[in-house]
Design a protein around this ligand. Sequence first.
Ligand code: NAP
Length: 264
Amino acid sequence: MAKITIIGVGNLGKSILSGLAGSDLLDPKDITAVDTSKYNLKEVNEQFGVSVSQDLISSVKGVQWVILCVQPRQLDVVLQEIKDVLTSTQLLISTVTGTSIDEINSVVPQNKVIRVMPNTGASKKLSMTCISANKNAKKELEFVEKMFNTIGETLVIEERLMQAATVLGASGIAFFLRFLRAMIQGGIQMGFHPHEAQIIAVQTAIGAATLVAENGTHPEREIDKVTTPQGCTIAGLNEMEHQGLSSSVIKGVMASYEKINTIK
Ligand SMILES: NC(=O)c1ccc[n+]([C@@H]2O[C@H](COP(=O)([O-])OP(=O)(O)OC[C@H]3O[C@@H](n4cnc5c(N)ncnc54)[C@H](OP(=O)(O)O)[C@@H]3O)[C@@H](O)[C@H]2O)c1
């Protein structure tokens, strides 16, 4: 079995561990978590049975895979610390937003790098993880897909689309949640208690997404099924569109995309 070290077990690192440690792919004993926070390390050790360490150098020696799961501003410090002990057979998997494979390779040219962009659905094994690799790491892609399939769905994409994947998939969690909040507010105004409105809106959102996911249909096809001519659904939908629903969502997605391209 492969040995893995994950550097950074904050929000995302913990979610990734929850999938990996519970899968048939790896023995928790073969996973080492490294973090500056003793609290995070204690938590992942107790919860997932993985080994823990605060020593970066000894933790990366001899493992096949190193998952980088620190904030973008922390990445260079980590790479500088491990670059001289990494050997060319070790693979790096980077979850770090906005840092390209070439930028990582400019510090560690000897290592193959695969980029992944999961989302916080990972903690419920419902992540959408986009993955990209250079041609030289196509063989290793298969194992990375298996790894991230333990925390949800995966899709291999070209690296040029990684920023777009971050907006649609990672920021997308926030976008859908804001729509959910608006539905709950509407429910309260119609007379439901907040917790009742939340139960109804959340289950309806799960139902709507599952219809599209499992039927493989376009959303508009499922909308047609609940839109009676002259009925209340079409009245609501048309008013939302008159107020700019689709247009504001697309503009919001594009504003996020423009912003991500300026962040470094
Ligand atoms: N959260 C998401 O939805 C999401 C989705 C996709 C991608 N990402 C990307 O994933 C990466 C991690 O995100 P996150 O939300 O999990 O961040 P986070 O919660 O801040 O976790 C990063 C962890 O790494 C630790 N760390 C920092 N420097 C270290 C070092 N030199 N050695 C060992 N550990 C170190 C941090 O400790 P300290 O707190 O002490 O610094 C922290 O516990 C980011 O690059 C982010 O862009 C996140």
